[in-house]
Ligand binder design. Structure first.
Ligand code: ADP
Length: 621
């Protein structure tokens, strides 16, 4: 397959710090001005912060050293110390707040880019990738990744960066005054960081990852059950689905609790180190004071230094927890970012130019990537320009695969598929999609207006063109009866329309697409004969002048086609016109025909058999 997404995002090891850093850098570098302004302001605010103990100490000294009543110079010195003290606060607040404003601008731009790009890639991943990944889980991964950036980047920029730099600044300034105290603080800080990182990596990270995976499973299960809500309703299995989700949410709650509890223990260990730091730092300074080597201002300086660094360090636990969680949650979007969906035809793809619409399967061999074996082994088939061909055969005989391969939803194992002599493996995705219009068996509609749904094949279509297409598809009349006509919103996946109506919307889409090649996957479900006739009529009009391949289930359709290909276990076992095949005694098509007739005789009288047969065919008995 073209997309190698072998890693399952929910299991295995994390993506690692280097990949996360590369990911963040790839976004930050796109907004250099905002990023550098934010960083500059943040650094300035850190400088102000580091000055805090120094100006506090000076203020205390200015007051403590003065006699009473203070001399004019001493009063002046106290006022200057106060001005510096207040100036420090104001400077800190202004720089920190403005840096946050710029940071917000950067964050929203980056988050937008993350969600846009993850969606861009995921949309283009192969059919196979999509069929093996829950839609709901993918949606969650993308949106969660966007918010994970917020948590992660905030923690790094507003948590870790100031913490580390303030630590370095304070340690340096303490070392300048009393090298021994500075060294002690340095050792304490390193011990604190070491304990924190070790415990988190060793114990918290793996538990967090389990909890994130369990959270994804909950999301996936909800999406799955909600998507199939009609099935759930029809079997009345809501309680069973409740239980299913209950098991998964229980699993999540255990894993989350386990992860959080571990984090609490880690924080206790951190506090222990912090108390030791406090004791040592202030103990040493008191000793200097008793030896007459430290002034009251120096003690105030040491105390505020401790308060400042302990304030920052106390938050390190939260930061690391957020960082870890952010890192775990952003993994999925990083994987998306690293897995660029390739153009299946490679960089040298050329546009497909269709004139007549001649289709040739040349020795095609194919097996589904996760299937049970080869569907085709050296299949040969040829559809002439403008010809109308029906594919018939039992379920599982390989009809749908034929049309999927024509749309290049999968790569072949061997052989070629040629359209007007051009190998579709080498043409661009867009040109192929433009040349082949599909009316699927179960048309999916977007939760958008009917007009938008029809115009999907040609976004620039005028309302008149949309209406014309709807008329040709025999859909105009029922749309006219809708509350808002063409502006009526269709429920998710078109559930508010009947099957027959949805099919006619899909046919209208195909009229607008106006592609030279048409693929119709006929619905197997039964329709009332009036609707059936409207659809047949619309389909006849649509097929006119186009090479058409129909995966056919109704004899009324089959009879209209120029040629019939009978599939059996991935081989074409018989081909010819309806009359030819019916004339062939002991032929496969006749047998199939007979089985279906028997089917309706035994089954539902109103033509609701598994492979529906029209009333008129039933009349042939
Ligand atoms: P038909 O349209 O005639 O009912 P298909 O072409 O859908 O048959 O299927 C042919 C064979 O390929 C069947 O055995 C089916 O189980 C298998 N198959 C179809 N789709 C997939 C898939 N996505 N993954 C694996 N096997 C598949």
């Amino acid at each position: 397959m073209t997309i190698q997404m072998n890693e399952s995002p929910d299991t295995g090891k994390g993506v690692g710090a280097v990949r996360i850093a590369r990911f963040l850098w790839s976004y930050w570098r796109r907004f250099p001005l905002v990023a550098l302004t934010t960083l500059g302001l943040m650094l300035a605010s850190i400088v102000f912060d580091v000055l805090f103990p120094i100006v506090s100490g000076r203020l205390v000294d200015a007051v403590a050293k003065a006699g009473f009543p203070p001399a004019a110079s001493e009063t002046m010195a106290a006022w200057i110390a106060l001005a510096l003290f207040v100036g420090q606060t104001v400077g800190f607040q202004i720089t920190r707040r403005t840096s946050m404003v710029f940071w917000g601008m950067l964050a929203t731009r980056v988050m937008r880019a993350i969600v846009d790009e993850a969606f861009h890639r995921v949309q283009r991943y192969s059919t196979d990738w999509h069929s093996s990944n829950f839609a709901g889980a993918t949606v969650r991964k993308i949106t969660r990744g966007m918010w994970a950036y917020d948590a992660l980047a905030d923690t790094l920029f507003m948590g870790f960066l100031p913490t580390v730099l303030v630590m370095v600044g304070i340690t340096l300034s303490l070392m300048f005054y009393w090298p021994l105290v500075g060294l002690y603080v340095l050792a304490g800080t390193i011990a604190y960081a070491g304990v924190t990182i070790l415990l988190l990596r060793r114990f918290v990270a793996p538990r967090n990852r389990l909890s994130v995976a369990a959270d994804s499973a909950v999301g996936g299960a909800i999406a799955d059950a909600i998507t199939c809500n009609t099935v759930v309703k029809s079997f009345g299995t809501e309680p069973r689905e409740d239980n299913r989700l209950g098991l998964l949410s229980h699993d999540w709650s255990l894993k989350a609790m386990y992860a959080w509890r571990t984090m609490d223990f880690v924080m206790m260990a951190q506090m222990g180190v912090l108390v030791l730091l406090q004791l040592g730092l202030l103990g040493l300074v008191i000793r200097y004071w008793t030896a007459g080597e430290a002034t009251p201002g120096d003690v105030a300086y040491a105390m505020t230094s401790y308060l400042l660094i302990s304030g920052y360090m106390r938050d390190v636990g939260f930061h690391v927890q957020n960082l870890q969680r952010g890192a775990n949650e952003i993994e999925d979007v990083i994987r998306f970012a690293e897995n660029e969906p390739a153009e299946p035809a490679g960089p040298h793809a050329v546009p497909l130019a269709v004139q007549g619409g001649d289709i040739r399967f040349d020795h095609v061999s194919f097996a589904y990537p996760n299937g049970k074996g080869a569907v085709y082994r050296g299949l040969e088939a040829h559809v002439k320009p403008g010809e109308k061909v029906a594919l018939v055969g039992r379920s599982g005989s390989g009809k749908t695969t034929f049309v999927k391969l024509m749309q290049r939803l999968y790569d072949l194992d061997d052989g070629r598929i040629l359209i007007d002599g051009q190998d579709i493996a080498g043409v661009t995705r867009e040109s192929l999609r433009r040349s082949v219009a599909l009316v699927p068996q179960e048309p999916m509609l977007f939760h958008r207006s009917l007009a938008e749904n029809i115009a999907y094949a040609r976004p620039g279509a005028t309302p008149a063109e949309v209406e014309e297409a709807a008329r040709l598809a025999n859909a105009h009349e029922f749309i006219g009866k809708m509350p808002l006509g063409y502006d009526t919103l269709v429920g998710e996946r078109g559930v508010k329309l009947s099957g027959g109506e949805r099919q006619r919307i899909a046919i209208a889409r195909a009229f607008l697409a106006d592609a030279p090649i048409l693929v119709l996957d006929e619905a197997t479900s039964s329709l009332d004969s009036e609707t059936e006739e409207l659809i047949q009529d619309a389909m006849d009009r649509l097929m006119e002048g186009r090479t058409t391949i129909v995966v056919a289930h109704r004899f009324s359709t089959i009879r209209r086609m120029d040629r019939i290909l009978v599939f059996e276990e991935g081989r074409i076992v018989e081909e010819g016109s309806h009359a030819e095949l019916m004339a062939r005694k002991g032929g496969r098509f006749r047998a199939l025909h007979a089985v279906q007739l028997a089917g309706i005789r035994d089954a539902v009288p109103e033509g609701g058999g598994p492979e529906n047969v029209e009333p008129e065919t039933a009349g042939n008995r």
